[in-house]
Design a binder for this molecule. Structure first.
Ligand code: BGC
Ligand code: CA
Length: 345
């Protein structure tokens, strides 16, 4: 890889005058390492927090005077844009790529470009199918097991329903619930929705489904969907299960803007433990969340990146299925939220 880079650097320097004049291409400095990060959408709260942590941990791992430049690109929800961005990052001389796919079912173009140029890819958060990941041994994945998060959210909700008789507000022995879902086709949306319901049911909680609404992980969309649901179901909703914290917070926003009093509110559960999510647990607005370990995921990405750059330390990383790292989730309630507020920087 190093040879390839030096040759590429030489070529880039040779044509620098021309390219710099156009202002379109970055010139690689042969003394520096370049990591290209491509992510699906810069409006995503969880991913922005994860990437902040990635930059910090990379700096810590490499120590003072590290010569690694991180180049970040936002695909604004378009896989075609992301394909172009990856191409640009490769020709700018990136040695490693971290890719958060827009469409997790469509990584072939990116994989082909990376393989042709011998630039390894660490996919993160949006999991390619195993078949794609096995196409080349320069591919890795860092994320978490969606099933675990759905199960933990279900356990948190079941615990509260069993201990607090107020949750079943109409006292019919059933919990009337709605689910706010992430993007269609995202592993975390499909699997969290399925497992949270299975878990509640297997814990003996009687449920009555009112509605499932897609709000694409987004707080404003969730507020909007929730306003419609409140218009339709009024006080019937007792439990709001959201596939992530931003959507749970959007649901709370909807009740706030309709001036609901606290005693008329359902209980809300999220997933992620974003800064705002943890704060809402602390303030008793969210009954609980499930910590999606962004520091752990960012740390694994940083360690794999450094191992790829230096050729050292890869054997110390524990992979599952040869090239995947899955970080465990954790349950968060008001009782233990301070531990997580401290962890999340
Ligand atoms: C997180 C969401 C985030 C999504 C982006 C999920 O794992 O829980 O908050 O929007 O990933 O892909
Ligand atoms: Ca009820």
């Amino acid at each position: 890889m190093r040879n390839r880079r030096n040759i590429a650097a030489g070529l880039l320097i040779a044509v620098c005058g021309l390219l710099c004049a156009c202002g379109e291409q970055k010139t690689e400095d042969p003394g520096k390492n370049y990591i290209g990060v491509a992510y699906y959408n810069q409006s995503d709260t969880f991913l922005n927090e994860l990437l902040d942590s990635f930059r910090e941990q990379l700096k810590e791992l490499q120590g003072e005077g590290a010569e690694t430049v991180v180049m970040v690109r936002d695909a604004a929800g378009s896989q075609r844009t992301q394909d172009d961005q990856v191409k640009e990052l490769i020709s700018a001389g990136c040695d490693v790529l971290c890719v958060n796919l827009v469409d997790r079912a469509d990584p072939s173009e990116i994989i082909d470009m990376a393989r042709e140029n011998d630039v390894p890819i660490i996919f993160f958060n949006r999991e390619p199918v195993a078949e794609d990941l096995m196409q080349w041994d320069g591919l890795y994945y860092v994320g978490a097991e969606a099933e675990e998060s759905g199960a933990m959210q279900g356990e948190l909700a079941a615990d509260l329903i069993r201990t607090d008789s107020q949750v079943d507000r109409n006292k019919d022995g059933k919990i009337q619930y709605v689910i706010l879902e992430g993007e269609v086709g995202h592993q975390d949306a499909i699997i969290r929705t399925e497992t949270v319901v299975e878990t509640l049911t297997s814990q003996g909680i009687e449920l009555e489904k009112l509605s499932y609404q897609v709000a694409n992980w987004n707080r404003a969309q969730a507020e909007n969907r929730m306003e419609q649901l409140i218009g339709q179901y009024h006080n019937q909703i007792e439990l709001v299960l959201a596939n992530n914290d931003d959507m749970a917070l959007g649901a709370i926003d909807a009740y706030k803007s309709l001036n609901y009093t606290e005693s008329a509110l359902p209980v809300f559960f999220g997933i992620d433990g974003t800064d705002a999510g943890l704060q809402a647990v602390k303030d008793s607005e969210l009954a609980g969340t499930v910590y999606n370990d962004k520091e752990g995921q960012a740390g694994a990405m940083a360690r794999i990146s450094v191992a790829l750059l230096t050729g050292e330390g890869m054997d110390e990383i524990e992979f599952q299925n040869e090239r995947c790292v899955y970080l465990p989730y954790d349950k968060v309630t008001k009782g233990n939220v301070s531990e997580f507020l401290f962890r999340s920087r």
